[in-house]
Ligand binder design. Sequence first.
Ligand code: ATP
Ligand code: MG
Length: 575
Amino acid sequence: MKMSKMFVQTLREFPSDAEVISHKMLARAGYIKKLTSGVYNYMPLMWRVLKKIENIIREEMDRAGAQELLMPFVQPKELWEESGRWEAYGKELMRLKDRHDRVMCLGPTHEEIITALARDVIKSYKQMPVNLYQIQSKFRDEVRPRYGLLRGREFIMKDAYSFDKTQEGLDKEYENMAQAYKRIFDRCGLETKMVQSDSGAIGGSVSHEFMVITDGDAGENDVFYCECDYSANSNHAVSKLPKAKVDGAEYFSKTEIIDTPNTHSIDELSEFLHIPSSIILKSLVYIVDKKPVIALIRADKNVEETKLMNAVGGIDIRIASSAEIAELMAEKGFDAVPGFIGPKGMTDIPIIADETVKDMKNFVVGINQTDKHMVGANLSDIPAIENYADIRLVEAGDFCPVCGKPLKVTKGIEVGNIFQLGTKYSKPMNAVYLDENGKAQPYIMGCYGIGVTRTAAAAVEAHYDEHGIKWPISIAPYHVVIVPVNIKDELQMKVAQEMYDKLLAAGIEVVLDDRDERAGVKFKDADLIGFPFRVTAGKTLSEGFVEYKIRETEEVLKLTPDEAVNDLINKILKK
Ligand code: ATP
Ligand code: MG
C-alpha cells in the first residue's frame, strides 16, 4: 500500500467528545469516523484490524469444533415473545415496523433466532453436541453510548451457541470455549482475567467474563480478585468482612425514639450520636421494574444494585428519586424525608435485608418520621424480615470468600462473556429433541460472546504511548511502514521501493510512505497509526544503513536494507 493512496485522515488533535485513550487514538489516527451517536464508520485501517481479530476468532472457534453460520440481523417480535424477552429486554432493544405493520427488532443478540433454528433442525439426540457461531453487527440502543468502540450502539460481535443433551455435555463445552477464549485473547496480544459474573439480560446460572485489566478510565467494571484463583465482577463478587461493632449495647441502654435533627446522611447521624455507622441500619428505596423495593443493610456497607435486582427477580433497577420517596411516604401515611426512612409500616412492599443485618443488635433505625430515629432497636422492633440475601457491594479491604486473604480490586473492560443457559430458552420456546428413549427433551444450551470492535479498542487501551498506538503484530493493520525521508532523493526512493517489493513478495503487509511531506510529519503519523515497525531510508544510506525502529520498545537499530528485510520476515512471519 502506498501511503499517498491510503484512504485515511489523521487529525492534529484528539476529537473533543473523546474521553478515553482508545477513542482518542482511533479517531485521531483515522481508524474510525463517527456517523451518529454510538455508530461509526470503520475506515480501511480499522477494517483491517477488525478482520484480523475476526480471523483469529474464526481459527480458534473452528479449532474448538464450532461451525460458522450467519443469521438475519432483523428479527420478528414473535420469537422474542416466545422467550419472554420482548418485554424484559427494555429500551436497549431497537424495535421497528415493516410496511405491513409487522413488528421487528434489530438483533442485540441471537438466542431466540438460534433456538428457533435449532428447533427446526435438531430433532434427535444423534445431532448433538453442536456449537454454532456467527460474526455480525449487533444493535443495542445503549442509554449511554460512549468511549468510541468500547460502548457503541452498533458494534460487531462474535456470538456462539451450543446445544447439548446433558449438563455434563454443557460443562465440557463451556470449558472448551473458555480455553478457546484464552487462546483468542492471547493471540490478540491481550492479557485477560476470567472472572465470575452476573448473567444479566442473557440469563442462565453460571457465567464468566473475560476482562482486560486496565488502569485507564475505560474499565467500566470493578473486578475483585485474590492470590488464590478467586475473581469476580463486582456485580457478582462476595466477600468475608473484617470484624466490626454490630451491637450498640454500650451506647444505648434501652429502646427508645429520640430526636435526631438534621441527620440526613449516615455520616451526620453517626456523628450526632457519636456511634460507628456499623450499628445503624440503613433503609434505601429502589425502583425495580417500576415498583418500589426497600433494601436494608448495615450502614457502613453499600448495596450492589444488580444483586438486589436479582434478589427481587427484576430486570431493571435504579435508586428512587426524592419525589418517588415522598410519594411512597404519602401513600403509607408518613411524613418523612430521605435520611429518616425505615421499614416500619412498609406493608405490601418487598423488603430485602442484606445478610449483614442478621447480626445487628441495639441498633439505630429510621421510623419514617423526620428528625427522629429509634435507638437501641432490635430485629424484634421492626417488621419481620422475610427475605435475607447477599445484596452487599464488596469493597477493597474485604476478605476472599474462598481463602480469607485480602481481596484486591482493579478496573476491567469486558471483552468476552460465556454463559451456561441451560434450558432458559429451549423450555419456553419448546425447542426439543428426541432422546435415546424417544422422549422429547429441551436442549441444554450455552452461549458465548466476544465484542470484536470492543476487543480492538481494548487492545489500544493496553498498548499505546503518548505518540500513538502500539499494535500487537497479530492485529496491526499493516506490519511495517517504510519511510523515505525525501521522496526526491533517488537513492532513498530506490532502496525504499526495493525493500517494499521484497517484503510484499514475502507476504508482509507493508506501507510505503511516498508522500511529499516532511520526515517529521511522516514519523508522527507512523507512531500515531501504530505500525509495529518503521524502516527509514534517509541520510544513513550513504553509510549503507537504514534506520529500523521497533514501535513496542522504541528501540532503533542501524541495519543494512537486506538485514532489515530479513529481520522483519523472521519477526513477523514467525508470529
Ligand atoms: P456490557 O455489560 O458491557 O453492557 P453485556 O454484558 O451486556 O456488555 P454481552 O451481552 O455479554 O454484553 O455481549 C457479549 C460481548 O459483546 C461483551 O462481552 C462485549 O465484549 C460486547 N459488547 C456488548 N455490548 C457492547 C457495546 N455496546 N459496544 C461494544 N461491544 C459490546
Ligand atoms: Mg456480558
